[in-house]
Design a protein around this ligand. Structure first.
Ligand code: ATP
Length: 329
């Protein structure tokens, strides 16, 4: 079975800007794949290259084994859900959902049936006659999703689709999208700069920085075994320790990553440090330590005593939790 999406050494330059720089990428059929990275790292450009809204400056792209060079967006078996939903305000919900099918010449009765089925999929049955202006942000987002799903694409591209929703709704939609994706078996390629969203939803994540993929792996791999300082810091804000400090903590002279939730303060033995601050986060308190001039964040579960600023404390961790990343990470 060919890959759902494959990039071979794909670049897209805009003048001097290397928006996408020699990217190799393979997405499996039926996979929920997240592209994660800071603003400007090239995620959206990658998505647009898959959709056909952009052409590569160099390199080769295949979708389900077919070369897509020169194939226009509407001929690719791919649909996009945009962050701003891009709904037509003057058309009602059913006509918005059925719009693509109307352009393709699908008959009126069939269009209406397909639109209602798609609205049912996104839990908006019976909303067809409303205008987008009469819906909440979350409902508009569902309509945009229904409009993309009605065409039964083999690959669904989602560009920060939950970006405009409040936290609660966002978490609910994350759950629903995941369930929907597994039920439909469609390959999802999801762009986000929110690491917790990528970790909770994706089967695999590609972490982007400056037009390149820094690491690809399962959420667990990316979180537990980051290969570089950038990945360790961007995904879950780890403590990234320089070789000198790793050595002081008993490790080899390599860059290392130590997750704040893996550091314990209740140890009677362990390394000594000074408390420089504490902030209450709700489910935990983040305590900041000074360790040989380096800042070390510790996540203290709520309910445990929080040490005073300036206090001298001891800290420890399990050997496996100090993740080594080599000398040039
Ligand atoms: P965001 O999360 O902010 O959407 P992103 O990771 O999706 O960021 P891209 O939109 O892919 O990043 O942009 C990558 C780089 O390419 C940026 O520096 C951007 O300014 C540049 N870029 C993107 N599109 C164009 C364009 N049409 N013309 C010129 N530069 C562009």
């Amino acid at each position: 079975m060919p890959h759902a999406v494959s990039f071979q050494q794909v670049s897209r330059h805009f003048g001097a800007v290397r928006a996408v720089d020699a990217v190799d990428l393979e997405i499996a059929p039926g996979e929920f794949f997240a592209m994660l990275g800071p603003s400007g790292s090239g995620k959206t450009t990658c998505l647009r290259l898959i959709a056909g809204f952009e052409q590569p400056t160099s390199g080769h792209i295949e979708i389900f084994g077919e070369t897509v060079e020169g194939v226009p967006p509407y001929r690719r078996n791919v649909n996009t859900v945009f962050q701003d939903y891009a709904l037509f305000p003057h058309l009602n919900v059913a006509d918005n959902v059925a719009y693509g099918q109307m352009i393709r010449g699908v008959g009126k009765a069939e269009r209406a049936r397909n639109a209602e089925a798609a609205l049912e999929m996104v839990k908006l049955p019976g909303y067809g006659s409303r205008k987008p202006g009469q819906l909440s942000g979350g409902q508009r987002q569902r309509v945009a999703l229904a409009r993309a799903l009605v065409n039964k694409p083999k690959v669904l591209l989602l560009d920060e689709p939950l970006g405009a929703l409040d936290l609660k709704l966002r978490e609910q939609m994350q759950e629903e999208l995941k369930v929907l994706q597994k039920a439909l078996g469609i390959t999802f390629v999801f762009v986000t700069h929110d690491q917790s969203e990528a970790l909770s939803m994706a089967d695999r994540i590609a972490v982007f920085n400056e037009g390149r993929i820094m690491q690809t792996g399962t959420p667990e791999e990316i979180y537990r075994r980051p290969k570089t300082r950038f990945v360790a810091d961007f995904v879950g804000s780890s403590n990234v320790l320089p070789p000198k400090v790793t050595q002081q903590l008993g490790g080899p002279a390599e860059w290392s990553s130590l997750r704040p939730e893996d550091v314990r303060l209740d140890a009677v033995s362990g390394h000594e440090a000074r408390v420089t601050g504490a902030s209450f986060l709700g489910s935990a308190t983040r305590v900041t330590l000074d360790v040989a001039g380096e800042k070390l964040n510790v996540l203290l579960p709520s309910g445990l005593a929080v040490p005073e600023q300036g206090a001298s404390v001891r800290f420890s961790w399990k050997p496996d939790d100090l993740h080594l990343m080599g000398t040039d990470a």
